[in-house]
Design a protein around this ligand. Structure first.
Ligand code: K2U
Ligand code: ZN
Length: 167
């Protein structure tokens, strides 16, 4: 079990765009295991590789009550979006900040599983929000980017002040 360091906003590495996974090997399996350990320990219901400074298109998610239904999305792409929903989001990279974000209510996602098999998933509700939130991370986007410039400035100032206090 290895816990990885989660980058905190406004770290510029959170803005990097992740590259596709090309090797479905033991190194990938080890990274996914560490990401899952890190997500469960945080605790969170999702984690993107970008957040642990690994810029590959990998996301782990578990929205189950029992915390025993790990979903691994590799090279995921949203191919259909329907409806709208508003959810008060948080983020392991933006500790202590919760803001409403509008996203698609239902999505269809094409991705590869850990064995390299192509899969398709249709999700709605919290799972749809989480998948969209995590795939944003792989594009270098954090949920605060949807907020007003004033709110973004205030959040940046607050988190930078906390970071200095922790030094
Ligand atoms: O990307 C992350 O930081 C993981 C988020 C995923 C998430 C954000 C907003 C909405 C749904 C999922 C963390 O899990 S934030 C913690 C959390 C926990 C339970 C429910 C919602 C958010
Ligand atoms: Zn996040």
């Amino acid at each position: 079990m290895s816990l990885l360091k989660i980058l905190h906003y406004p770290d510029p590495r959170l803005k990097k765009v992740a590259a596709p996974v090309t090797k479905f090997d033991n190194a990938l399996r080890a990274l996914v295991a560490d990401m899952a350990d890190t997500m469960y320990a945080a605790p969170g219901i999702g984690l993107a590789a970008t957040q642990v400074d690994c810029h590959l298109r990998i996301v782990v998610i578990d929205v189950s009550e029992e915390r025993n239904s790990l979903l691994i999305l590799i090279n995921a792409k949203i191919v259909r979006k329907d409806g709208l929903q508003v959810f008060e989001e948080g983020c392991l990279s933006v500790p202590g900040i919760y803001e409403k974000v509008e996203r698609a209510e239902e999505i269809t996602v094409e991705y590869f599983d850990l064995a390299g098999n192509a899969q398709t998933l249709t999700a709605s509700g919290l799972l749809a929000v989480c998948i969209q939130h995590e795939l944003d991370h792989l594009e270098g986007k954090v949920f605060v980017d949807y907020l007003s410039q004033l709110k973004q400035m205030r959040i940046k100032a607050k988190l930078l002040k906390h970071a200095r206090a922790d030094m």
